[in-house]
Write a new protein. Structure first.
Length: 156
């Protein structure tokens, strides 16, 4: 091959656009792949968040049925974990109760605290779950803690 033919060969390749689509695909497919993985990860976080909050609501609904159920921590935990059966690492914190008189006075929950009104009991259930990301990106946490909380006034 003569050296004088090389510029003609280079010029011929410049005029042709064969393979342009292949180059564009090679440049955009990694970006598209990352977008799909990001959407999948976001969906996992959103789903877990909804389940954790729903579990807290189920636990507080069970405990708020009557004053006796608000002390049933095993029943509250069972109601919460049953509601979020797809979240294997769900933890339910010990439910807490707060008391106040219906006229706004503070109460300890004793029957003698509210002489001119009745006692209102508020039950609070808190849940949490650990979520491991599908792909670990350097500089981000290795696990995420997702929490849920629900409060409701108990029937007396």
């Amino acid at each position: 091959m003569k050296i004088s033919k090389i510029p003609n060969l280079v010029a011929q390749f410049r005029r042709r656009d064969d393979g342009g689509a292949m180059v564009e695909a090679c440049l955009t497919l990694p970006l598209l792949f990352m977008l799909v993985l990001g959407a999948a990860e976001f969906s996992r976080v959103a789903y877990t968040s909804l389940e954790v909050v729903s579990a807290a609501k189920a636990g507080v609904a069970y405990g708020a049925q009557s004053g006796g159920h608000s002390a049933d921590t095993d029943g509250i935990t069972l109601a919460a974990t049953t509601d979020a059966a797809n979240i294997p690492n769900l933890t339910v914190a010990t439910p807490t109760s707060s008391f106040v008189c219906s006229n706004g006075d503070p109460s300890t929950g004793s029957n003698t605290d509210c002489s001119t009104s009745h006692i209102l009991q508020t039950l609070t259930v808190q849940t949490s779950a650990q979520l491991n990301p599908l792909i670990h990106v350097p500089g981000t946490p290795g696990t995420y803690t997702i929490t849920g909380s629900a409060s409701q006034t108990c029937l007396q």
